[in-house]
Design a protein around this ligand. Structure first.
Ligand SMILES: [Zn+2]
Length: 263
């Protein structure tokens, strides 16, 4: 049985960290915890996550109906509930808009894997869910394909969602994915991203098995080591530059043609 007051304190503390890290501008983001088989405690709507008090939080059932709290529950609770219903072992969900990871969602670029050892061990694959208008059931369902296969998902044109055994654990996955994406973006500016060689990737997956850090579908289902293997490599940067140059050349040719027709 969860100590509800301790959980509420932890949600407020994680809210402060989300806000301090710049992961939740204004009133963005939401945090929840599975209290028992009937209810979930969550953050209210329209509140800055950096300044919440324990009695600001709401309690809802698994259909999203509010059971307690003076403020209205977050409009994105259906996303959290979808995750809890799909996997009874998940205890906490954190959703926010960390800028570097969200940039991948906006660019609709899949986050590449097998680059930093800790990210492989603690996060594994970080898939990207399709875009859907936030708040509704169809939005909540966009993450369903990844529950049981990942613990952190990028929401296209929106943000991230991560989950775990505790509020703290769901939160630090968000922190790791954003730091990782920041490093990838910096390295891409340097012109190259070196992926770990395959034998070293396998060593990490072995370590992961030994640490018992959740299941990794790359171990259980074999293969599929790469997500977006081309990201940031000199070949992909060269092809991006080529595409850009081609785009400019096409546009110039079009303008010249239009001018020719006007004469
Ligand atoms: Zn959101």
């Amino acid at each position: 049985m969860a100590n509800e007051s301790g959980i509420r304190r932890e949600i407020c503390e994680i809210g402060r960290r989300l806000y301090a890290k710049g992961f939740a501008a204004g009133n963005d983001g939401n945090i929840s915890y599975r209290l028992n088989e009937n209810t979930v405690v969550c953050t209210p709507t329209q509140i800055c996550k950096g300044f919440m008090r324990e009695d600001d939080l709401c309690v809802v059932d698994y259909d999203g109906w509010q059971k307690a709290g003076s403020q209205n529950r977050t409009s994105e609770i259906l996303l959290h509930l979808e995750i809890y219903k799909a996997d009874p072992s998940i205890m906490s969900v954190v959703h926010c808009h960390p800028p570097h990871a969200t940039a991948f969602g906006v660019a609709r670029v899949d986050i590449p894997t097998c680059i930093l050892p800790e990210v492989e061990i603690f996060l594994g694959i970080m898939p990207r869910a399709e875009y859907e208008t936030p708040g509704g059931q169809s939005f909540a369902e966009t993450v369903r394909p990844f529950i049981g296969k990942a613990n952190t998902v990028v929401l296209s044109n929106h943000g991230t969602v991560s989950w775990g055994d505790s509020v703290e654990q769901a939160y630090w996955k968000t922190e790791i994915v954003d730091a990782y994406c920041r490093i990838l973006l910096l390295a891409a500016q340097l012109g190259n991203i070196e992926r770990l060689p395959l034998p070293k990737q396998m060593e990490l997956l072995e370590l992961k098995k030994r640490f018992g850090v959740g299941e990794d579908t790359r171990i259980t289902h074999g293969g599929e080591m790469y997500v977006n293997p081309d990201f940031g490599t000199s070949a992909s940067i060269a092809s991006q530059h080529e595409a850009l140059a081609q785009g400019i050349a096409d546009r110039v040719a079009e303008i010249l043609k239009q001018r020719g027709q006007q004469k």
